[in-house]
Ligand binder design. Structure first.
Ligand code: UFG
Length: 327
């Protein structure tokens, strides 16, 4: 079977990607330093512990498995933390990715699928966010990811690296079979925090800002189911395998939901109230991030199947109730 090196395979999205890769006939080889990932989530292929900034370890793993491609998920991904500790974001997300790209090129592994983010776009009033929208990130998280996109372009031109870059909107939900799910420590993402509040694992959800220029005053995001997201990655791999060139794709549904709408839907799905209070805006947050592109659908053949708010919350709730998840 074809090996695929999956950095961050012990994390939320990476573990779902490993499941999808295995189902598609690949062997996902997880490379993860377990700083934010957890080893129990590595269920679908071999595990190699290692850091992106450890070049000798990366060389060893490339030599051992001779992967046909890299799927690069490993990253720090909290906007708030990126505002207070930007150095860690540049060192890990950008420096670590540069190291990984250099190791891949040295090993002759030239197909590369990269997790980028809509946070690279920043604030654009009333602009449809498509892949050609200028990237003006508001935080070091987005900036550190944008820089990796530049690295991939340069290595493409100089060394023939072929890359598929996915700019994720807000990923939510969990494997409907609940083999893997979302698990961050500390948790900062809206959907699991809402479910924590419902389950009484925290006192209340704090809504970060109610004075945004949106219909209900709370931020609007485009939520995409993690299983749909990783399906796009398998299609991205096949895109590269079939010899198509480097390309960038937004991964969002094009529908935006406010923080309050997410809470309302969670109440409908769980049948319970979401205890909440309101707080100030969180630094680094954009008012509205909604995809305005269907390139992934038209060019890649992506068909999101589970990305309704209701299904995302229901699948996340199912995972929550397995007990694997602890706040
Ligand atoms: N929010 C709250 N209260 C909370 C947590 C979040 O009101 O306790 C709000 C945020 O202010 C934001 C929305 O809920 O308006 C979503 O916040 P998340 O933290 O769940 O997600 P972000 O939009 O900040 O960012 C996430 C990931 C990033 C990624 C980005 C876009 O954290 O890695 O989506 O893909 F880049």
């Amino acid at each position: 079977m074809t090996n695929i090196l999956v950095t961050g395979g012990a994390g939320y999205i990476g573990s779902h990607a490993c499941k999808a890769l295995k189902a598609a006939g690949y062997t996902p080889v997880t490379y993860d330093n377990l700083v934010t990932g957890w080893q129990d989530a590595v269920k679908f292929g071999p595990f190699e512990k290692g850091d992106l900034n450890d070049r000798a370890r990366l060389d060893e793993v490339f030599a051992k498995y001779r992967p046909a491609a890299v799927m690069h998920f490993a990253a720090l991904s909290q906007v708030g933390e990126a505002m207070s500790e930007p150095g860690r974001y540049w060192a890990n997300n950008t420096g670590g990715s540069l190291n990984l790209v250099e190791a891949a090129v040295a090993a002759g592994c030239l197909d590369f699928v990269f997790s980028s983010t809509c946070a690279t776009y920043g604030e654009h009033d009333n602009v449809v966010l498509d892949e050609n929208t200028p990237q003006l990130p508001l935080n070091a998280y987005g900036a550190s990811k944008r820089a990796v996109e530049d690295i991939l372009k340069d290595f493409g031109a100089a060394h023939g690296l072929r890359s598929v870059v996915f700019r994720y909107f807000n990923v939510a939900g969990a494997d409907p079979e609940a083999e893997v799910g979302e698990f961050h420590r500390p948790e900062t993402h809206l959907v699991p925090l809402v479910l924590d509040a419902v389950a009484g694992k925290r006192d209340a959800l704090t809504i970060f800002g109610t004075d945004y220029d949106t219909p209900d005053g709370t931020c609007i995001r485009d939520y995409v189911h993690v299983c749909d997201l990783v399906d796009a990655h398998v299609l991205g791999l096949k895109w590269l395998e079939s010899g198509k060139g480097s390309q960038v794709f937004n991964l969002g549904t094009g529908s935006g939901f406010s923080v309050r709408e997410v809470m309302d839907k969670a109440e409908a799905v769980t049948g319970q109230k979401v205890p909440c209070n309101t707080g100030p805006r969180r630094a680094g947050d954009c008012t509205k991030l909604v995809s305005g592109s269907i390139r992934a659908v038209t060019d890649l053949g992506w068909e999101p199947r589970r990305s309704t708010l209701e299904t995302m919350i229901a699948d996340a709730w199912k995972w929550h109730k397995t007990g694997h998840y602890e706040a």
